[in-house]
Design a protein around this ligand. Structure first.
Ligand code: 3PG
Length: 226
């Protein structure tokens, strides 16, 4: 649970439980870099049909906000924004209908703005100082990013040890082969990854929805230990 701590921001109770509800929806969050809004609906439909409802649309393409709007129309999809770097990105994402916010790192400015907005927020952390800054703000659900480059499972085990109630979503270098090992860790709520949607082929030739659905179905069956 996220909570309020001395010196931290005030988290609305709805946002508190909502981030856990979102992370619990599926074991894998597809991290999406989509260039063409015309492909948004079919990609989201294939992922949801495969059993992955939580979709992170990264703000790395011109069309990202439009893609958030389009994907949000797909029944069952819970669409959030990723690569949110500052308050401007946060506000644009919320205006586009993002239901949760993911950032690659945690700044106090973004953290306070996200908390004030009440939106479920999953900031990136890579070391103990990051986690402690998050705890000071009242946050205790984090994206471990970039997971493999930051030392992988060994590093996360060591990082998690002093922070009993903290839960993580490792992302960055996680793939279908390594996901089960990450998900077996009791402090891992879910994992994120871009492997669900082949790119850039998706944009050059239109999305291979059968393949996306196959990958989503496979990922949705993964079990976790948290
Ligand atoms: C992210 O933004 O979360 C990562 O770029 C996703 O990493 P991956 O491409 O290694 O899955």
């Amino acid at each position: 649970m996220q909570n309020s701590r001395a010196g931290g921001g005030t988290i609305t109770p709805g946002a508190v439980s909502e981030i856990d509800r979102i992370l619990a929806l599926s074991p894998v969050i597809p991290v999406l870099v989509v260039h063409d809004a015309a492909h948004a609906r079919s990609i989201a439909e294939a992922l949801v049909a495969g059993g992955l409802r939580v979709l992170e649309v990264t703000l790395r393409t011109e069309a990202a906000l439009e893609i958030i709007r389009e994907m949000s129309r797909v029944e069952g999809a819970v669409v959030g924004a990723g690569t949110v770097l500052n308050q401007g990105d946060l506000e644009a994402s919320l205006a586009a209908g993002a239901r949760f916010i993911v950032s690659p790192g945690l700044t106090e400015g973004l953290g306070r703005a996200a908390i004030a907005s009440g939106v479920p927020f999953l900031p990136g952390i890579a070391n103990s100082g990051d986690i402690m800054r998050g705890l000071d703000l009242g946050l205790d659900r984090f994206k471990f990013f970039p997971a493999v480059a930051s030392g992988g499972i060994k590093a996360l085990r060591a990082l998690a040890a002093p922070f009993g109630r903290v839960r993580f979503c490792p992302t960055g270098g996680v793939d279908v082969a390594s996901a089960p090992e990450w998900l077996a860790l009791p402090f891992v709520a879910c994992v994120g990854g871009s492997w669900l949607v082949p790119s850039p082929a998706a944009d050059a030739h239109g999305p291979d929805v059968a393949e996306i659905r196959r990958r989503a179905t496979q990922a949705a069956k993964l079990t976790r230990n948290s």
